[in-house]
Write a protein that binds this ligand. Structure first.
Ligand code: TYD
Length: 209
């Protein structure tokens, strides 16, 4: 397994997780700007990742074997870590990422029904065991999120409420099992209020002022 970058000199790695339309991208963008951190996302941030994203969410959406889907997400992550995440952290840059390993655990594990342990092993192999310093779970009832009306129409967004409830419950279970890494934020509030909570959290947990 590849060594994680030296903890003393590397940048801090913050990940936003959550279901569809909970405001992740907005909050990730705000936090990155406030800290002048690099902002990135999964799936699809690298050149090959864009192809993988297209295959996953468009061309083969709904037609992939679940294990294939999980492996392609992991492949996207491997390239993203190698090309973007690890170099930034090693150069001492802070980095904010919209979705990471937690998305695979919640969607491919709890949502699709693959063994969560198997999915975790895939992601750990893909990333060399590089876990974020802080994972911010923006939690909201998926029905409420959908009612906000800013959900898109990609492959996962089109899945039924049962799927999205499993994803939400899975996320909450992951957060409860690892409170040192995960923090749950109630996303069913005005974005400006959520933003204040996140700023306070980043100050407390990372010393980001
Ligand atoms: P994204 O573009 O971030 O959509 P959203 O704006 O809803 O967050 O992600 C695309 C979809 O891919 C999203 O429905 C979640 C799904 N996904 C997985 O199933 N597994 C993964 O590992 C990742 C990173 C995303």
């Amino acid at each position: 397994m590849t060594e994680a970058p030296d903890a003393a000199t590397r940048g801090r790695f913050v990940v936003f997780e959550g279901g569809e339309a909970v405001g992740k991208s907005t909050q990730a963008g705000w936090l990155a700007i406030s800290r002048d951190a690099e902002l990135t996302f999964e799936p699809g941030a690298t050149r090959v990742g864009r192809e993988l994203r297209r295959l996953l969410l468009e061309e083969y959406a709904g037609r992939l074997d679940v294990l294939t889907e999980a492996l392609l997400m992991a492949a996207d992550r491997a390239q993203h870590v190698a090309e973007t995440i690890r170099p930034a952290l090693e150069a001492g840059r802070d980095l904010v990422c919209d979705r990471y390993i937690g998305s695979s655990l919640a969607y491919q594990g709890y949502g699709r029904g693959l063994s969560v342990d198997t999915v975790r092993k895939m992601s750990e192999a893909a990333t060399g065991g590089l876990w974020p310093d802080l994972i911010i779970l923006l939690d909201m009832d998926p029905l409420r999120a959908r009612a906000r009306g800013d959900a898109g129409t990609d492959a996962f967004e089109a899945l039924g409420m049962d799927f999205h409830r499993r994803v939400r419950d899975g996320y909450l279970e992951l957060a409860a099992a690892d409170p040192g890494r995960w923090t749950v934020i109630d996303a069913d509030r005005p974005a400006s209020v959520v933003r204040e909570d996140i700023a306070a959290l980043a100050a407390d947990r990372l010393g980001w002022m």
